[in-house]
Design a protein around this ligand. Structure first.
Ligand code: CP
Length: 321
């Protein structure tokens, strides 16, 4: 999938396209840098001058609430200049090609592009064609990858569990179409999680979970038994092609995270969801905002993780390379 390398010849992060192949050391470095940005009182990160003079462009060809705004906040807290493209009002509507949009913004002096796109592999495609000094950060490409979401998820898990080895992580829902799940599986495996369970009805299951070292399960109670982390996922209707799904009521009954379905969950298990949630489908509000939920912490941690990734990439001398 990835035609360009996201790691340079010195082993440094050049772009961030996927968590696949990142390795435990590099992921741990990112989590450690993110930790350094979080004040001890759990307030949002303070402003630092690390990226003064750098221009970050948010180029989102798909909707976003969390990722776009936390990238903007992260860039601003690093003192970068930030340009938020409104693609629905852009010259794309007059037929401009996506690459010509990239070249046009590069000509204005952009250094970092944060790109969300419906096509698998789009971030790698932009990285292949970008100027040498430019870094591409994948903010979600089709069902392929959402690396900063996985990194903030791992960061949130580490802050609660202080370790990865020995954890049981249950991912529930539409794993097949989920870039979040794919990126989390690569990152969690790299960090040493060996017990990853996927709980989904057959049309939403991964094609070859066993080949990936994942345990497939189509029973929620069995799948979450003894789990330390339960991660719910939204049904990605925008990426489905006439899958034969259960009705919403059946899906909610069998795979929804509800007070009833989670009644035997370990008391110290954490409940995660990348958002946006669909209330009453894959999760109930009592669970999403209940005592075991860390969903809003995930959102807040997204700022520190995105600061860490941008500091690592744009501050690591790439612009001089
Ligand atoms: N988790 C996530 O990517 O959310 P947004 O689509 O709101 O950015």
């Amino acid at each position: 999938m990835t035609a360009v390398s996201q790691i340079d010849s010195r082993g440094k992060l050049r772009h961030l396209l996927t968590t696949e192949g990142l390795g435990a050391e590099l992921i741990t470095d990112i989590l450690d840098i993110a930790d350094s940005f979080l004040p001890e009182d759990n307030q949002p990160p303070k402003k630092v001058p690390l990226l003064r003079g750098t221009t970050v462009v948010n180029l989102f060809f798909e909707p976003s609430t969390r990722t776009r705004t936390t990238f903007e906040l992260a860039a601003k807290r690093l003192s970068a200049d930030v340009l938020n493209m409104q693609m629905e009002h852009s010259s794309k509507n007059k037929g401009e090609d996506d690459l010509d949009t990239l070249f046009t913004l590069q000509a204005m002096g952009a250094d970092v592009f944060v790109i969300r796109h419906p096509e698998n592999g789009a971030a790698a495609y932009f990285a292949e064609h970008a100027a040498k000094h430019v870094a591409i950060l994948n903010a979600g490409d089709g069902s392929h990858a959402h690396p900063t979401q996985a990194l903030l998820d791992c960061f949130t898990i580490r802050r609660h569990k202080q370790k990865f080895a020995g954890l049981a992580v249950a991912i529930v829902g539409d794993v097949r179409h989920s870039r979040v799940a794919h990126s989390n599986i690569h990152a969690l495996k790299a960090l040493g999680v060996t017990d990853i369970r996927i709980i989904a009805p057959p049309p939403l299951m991964l094609e070859d979970p066993v080949g990936m070292g994942i345990t497939p399960c189509n029973n929620l109670a069995e799948g979450i038994d003894g789990a330390d982390v339960v991660m719910g996922l939204r049904l990605q209707h925008e990426r489905m092609h006439h899958e034969r799904l259960p009705s919403v009521a059946e899906y909610h009954r069998d795979f929804g995270l509800t007070p009833a379905t989670l009644k035997n969950l370990k008391p110290d298990a954490i409940i995660m969801h990348p958002g946006p949630i669909n209330r009453g489908v894959e999760i109930d509000p009592e669970v999403a905002y209940g005592p075991q939920s860390v969903i809003l912490e995930q959102v807040r941690n997204g700022i520190a993780i995105r600061m860490a990734v941008m500091a690592m990439i744009a501050g690591a001398g790439n612009r001089a390379a």
